[in-house]
Design a protein around this ligand. Structure first.
Ligand SMILES: Cc1ncc(COP(=O)(O)O)c(C=O)c1O
Length: 370
């Protein structure tokens, strides 16, 4: 089976982890935390990096640090992982769903303004499957309406908008280092930002609100800390960030070349202003294929090729059917995200993939057409 994704631990991970164990610095203090934060923030071109336990907790910290809470609304894409909506709800605010652009699969800036109300506090720009959002347009709207912008960069380490890396084009950006991410710590996350006040607040919230004098707390904090062992892995990964991103781009380009003249799949794009890092190589199954997305996925599985479905839109999530006023309204006006759910899947995209693997995947896809 060609797996859909595998991590590549091919740098100094073992050496650094061994150091943690030999020196007994295995908890959430230790030199690798600072080194990882500094190195990763520098890679993104951000002034501050605050490590935390996951991409999910990073988003929750962003919400709380920006003061988003009950009565507030946050614009999120309908097409995203459910984490985006859940963390807004957990903060006590209400996610407001906006459809995505049919080329980039990211939040469509043209549709944002009609969803802004006097309760809107922030726009969450989720960079999907490695392609960045149109941050130029989103930033312009946010400035006009005095809104925060939060980037969700979980799937887009190293992606760029007009030559500027994601992670520093917003008030605060959230990264995941889950096992299938371009850089991984197994589980883990980081927030990056350029504002010292926000950075300090995030650090405080991430660490139970510990201040001086110790055990006297003035904020409601969380234990969302990363361990030194995870940070050791993260540092080794970050040292190889650019070669990992380039490998992802190479995988994307190989698929593009091999599938370019084949009309039965819609391929991902790279807008002229963007650097797509192809975290996962997503495709849409066209009608002419003659198979549904689910049928193609199961045909490929029986031929030894693992795939994953695209995300189910927030507007179709059963969990949000209830009457909780914080739940997003399923307005039925997000046809692009519903189409992506119906037709989208991603192909094997792991860093260890070889040219032969990619050729095999493409051959198997073409075999399924007959
Ligand atoms: C877009 C997006 N946001 C947030 C997350 C959450 O990250 P984590 O799994 O580290 O909590 C993920 C992936 O897992 C994701 O794909």
């Amino acid at each position: 089976m060609i797996p859909v994704c595998e991590p590549a631990l091919d740098g100094r991970e073992l050496e650094y982890v061994r150091d943690c164990i030999e020196t007994s610095w295995i908890s959430s203090a230790g030199k690798y935390i600072n080194l990882f934060e500094e190195k990763f923030a520098a890679y993104c071109g951000a002034r501050y990096g605050i490590a935390c336990s996951s991409g999910t907790t990073a988003i929750h910290l962003a919400m709380v640090a920006l003061g988003i809470g009950p009565g507030d609304e946050v614009i999120i894409p309908d097409f995203t992982l459910i984490v985006s909506a859940n963390m807004v709800v957990l903060a006590g605010a209400k996610p407001v769903l906006v459809d995505v652009d049919k080329r980039t699969w990211c939040l469509d800036p043209e549709l944002i303004e009609s969803k802004i109300t006097d309760r809107t506090k922030a726009i969450m720009a989720v960079h999907m499957y490695g392609h960045p959002c149109d941050m130029t347009a989103i930033t312009k709207i946010a400035r006009k309406h005095n809104l925060f912008v939060i980037e969700d960069c979980a799937e887009a380490h190293g992606a760029e908008v007009n030559g500027v890396k994601v992670g520093c084009i917003s008030d605060v950006a959230c990264f995941s280092f889950y096992g299938n991410k371009i850089l991984t710590t197994g589980e883990g996350g980081m927030l990056t930002c350029n504002d010292e006040f926000i950075a300090k607040r995030i650090r405080l919230l991430c660490n139970q609100g510990f201040q001086e004098p110790r055990f006297v707390h003035s904020v409601l904090g969380f234990n969302y800390r990363l361990t030194n062992v995870q940070a050791a892995i993260g540092l080794a990964q970050t040292e190889m960030a650019e070669s990992k991103v380039e490998k992802k781009r190479w995988i994307g380009q190989k698929y593009n070349e091999l599938l370019a003249d084949w009309p039965h799949l819609t391929l991902p794009v790279e807008e002229p202003w963007a650097r797509n890092v192809y975290w996962m190589y997503g495709v849409l199954v066209n009608d002419s294929f003659g198979l549904s997305k689910d049928q193609l996925m199961s045909e490929l599985k029986s031929r030894g090729v693992d795939t994953r479905s695209f995300f189910c839109p927030m507007s179709l999530q059963p969990v949000f059917n209830g009457s909780d006023p914080r739940f997003p309204d399923a307005t039925g006006d997000c046809p692009v995200s519903v189409d992506l759910w119906n037709r989208g899947l991603y192909l094997p995209s792991g860093l260890p993939l070889t040219q032969e693997d990619i050729e095999t995947v493409v051959d198997k896809i073409k075999e399924c057409k007959n």
